[in-house]
Write a protein that binds this ligand. Structure first.
Ligand SMILES: C[S@@+](CC[C@H](N)C(=O)[O-])C[C@H]1O[C@@H](n2cnc3c(N)ncnc32)[C@H](O)[C@@H]1O
Length: 269
């Protein structure tokens, strides 16, 4: 198995990651809300496929605007969690790179939220785009977010973890212990996994600080994303948005961590 695949799969099934996705709720930011609004504005159909559904955060956002809803994820622990949280919705264990068990043209809106598409390598990414194009009905829309290759946060030296203060001495000691252990794990992974990073003209694979440097992500540019989507049969993007829901500036700067893409499959002629 490719190292990126092995590392990311291990992280998504880690109890700490499951706990993080168990507690999440609501929109991540204005960009996510605006991207979904833009998607539902350009297609009349409401058959929704929610890829990389994790603990079901987006299920809660999409259920009321879906005529039919299917959430999928390739991590069994995440599917179990989503089913527990939303027992009335449908969830299946499935890899986004192979949607062959789903009918062609069976969905109007496909979402791959929170940069989940970046968990797979360059070849896998193109497979995801082609698979989504197949399952979308003509005029259907694909919404996702993706890491920005020019983001300067990839070179951050320390992780994202913070020690949260409490007056309770027992809790404080436990928290300090967990903080020290996770920080040490993060530093070790940063040291060990940095050699797996790749930067070439086509794409970059970067180590991200989330999950104590437990994920390697595909990072791209708006222009490259647009070219890949075009090759997979999509129209020019309906919207490219930043995290505040504003249209992306012509040249996205180093402060842009990731961005939203809303893109349509052409109507049948
Ligand atoms: C960053 S988490 C996001 C979870 C959820 N969508 C949210 O926003 O809270 C990414 C999720 O995508 C899933 N994932 C990554 N690659 C996948 C693939 N190739 N097929 C299906 N699911 C995938 C992971 O298992 C994980 O649950």
């Amino acid at each position: 198995m490719h190292a990126m695949e092995r590392i990311n799969r291990k992280t998504w099934s880690d109890p700490f990651a499951i706990r993080d996705y168990q507690n999440g709720g609501g929109y991540l930011n204005e960009g996510e809300a605006a991207a979904l609004q833009a998607a539902f504005a350009v297609t009349a159909g409401r058959r929704v496929l929610d890829i990389g559904v994790g603990g079901g955060r987006t299920s809660a956002l999409l259920r009321d605007c879906s005529e039919t809803y299917l959430g999928i994820d390739y991590t069994p622990e995440m599917i179990r969690l989503a089913r527990r949280k939303h027992p009335d919705l449908r969830f299946e264990l499935m890899d986004a790179r192979d949607l062959s068990s789903l009918p062609a043209a069976g969905f109007d809106v496909v979402l791959f939220s929170y940069n989940g598409i970046d968990s797979v390598n360059a070849e896998g990414r193109l497979a995801v785009m082609a698979s989504v194009a197949r399952v979308l009905a003509p005029g259907g829309v694909f919404v996702f977010s993706t890491f920005h290759r020019g983001w300067d946060g990839f070179s951050r030296r320390i992780g994202y973890r913070r020690l949260v203060w409490t007056r309770d001495p027992v809790r404080l000691v436990l928290r300090a212990g967990a903080y020290a252990t996770r920080s040490a794990t993060g530093l070790w992974r940063k040291f060990r996994n940095a050699r797996l990073e790749e930067r070439d003209a086509e794409h970059a694979i970067m180590l991200h600080g989330a999950h104590d440097f437990g994920i390697l992500v595909y990072a791209t540019t708006p222009a490259q994303a647009e070219a890949q989507l075009h090759a997979a049969g999509f129209e020019a993007p309906t919207a490219l948005l930043d995290l505040d829901g504003r249209p992306l500036a012509a040249t996205a700067g180093p402060e842009l961590e990731y961005f939203y893409v809303v893109v349509r499959k052409p109507e049948a002629r």
